[in-house]
Design a protein around this ligand. Structure first.
Ligand code: HEC
Ligand code: HEC
Length: 133
């Protein structure tokens, strides 16, 4: 009897440890589906993603299935990834301009907020130039 309960406690302990490590992996383990943010941990990505939510004025579920952040099932996530690439390309150019043209006053790196201003939809207010009329 004593031996049986010892075995039960032990097996419960092992199950608990396996579950805890699976949970830790899901939350802080290596990301499973990154094409742009390579080399960042899941924790770092979660922190970085706050620039997306603040930039667009949305919550995580605008782009993610909250049960599976690695999934690409939402079209907004795919669009977001393309804008992330666009932003990185712009920022390479910004860095180059800061190295060459802007000796004193530096140009800020572009973020989602630069264009979105906390809105997911952007209303273009660009004036029509005289030449186009
Ligand atoms: C505008 C869309 C968008 C929003 C909003 C957003 N994300 Fe993401 N998220 C992405 C994209 C795009 C990727 C993939 C980046 C890549 O491919 O490098 C990603 C990747 C991730 C990953 C890595 C998943 C994996 O294992 O591959 C995590 C974790 C994550 N996001 C968490 C969050 C959290 C937490 C929030 C809310 C604070 C959030 N995201 C808000 C677009 C978004
Ligand atoms: C150079 C300007 C610019 C930058 C920087 C930018 N966006 Fe956008 N984004 C736009 C424009 C313009 C649209 C189209 C807006 C519309 O349809 O109202 C758009 C649309 C989107 C959409 C589609 C919204 C929807 O309702 O379907 C997503 C998602 C998005 N951007 C994510 C991002 C994320 C994430 C970042 C930062 C990594 C980002 N954008 C940075 C200009 C930009």
């Amino acid at each position: 009897m004593r031996r049986l309960s010892y075995a039960l406690v032990l097996s419960g302990l092992v199950t608990g440890m396996v579950m805890a490590s699976a949970l830790a992996h899901a939350q802080v383990g290596e990301p499973k589906n990154v094409q742009v943010l390579k080399g960042k941990s899941t924790k770092e990505i979660r922190e970085y993603m706050k620039t997306f939510t603040a930039g667009l004025g949305v919550k995580c579920d605008f782009c993610h299935n909250l049960k599976d952040y690695a999934s690409d099932e939402k079209p907004t996530k795919l669009t977001g990834r393309e804008f992330l690439k666009l932003m990185n390309t712009i920022n390479q150019q910004v860095a180059a301009i800061n190295r060459t043209a802007m000796k004193k006053q530096k140009v800020d790196q572009v973020t989602c907020y630069t264009c979105h201003h906390g809105q997911k939809e952007i209303v273009s207010k660009a004036p029509v130039s005289k030449d186009d009329e």
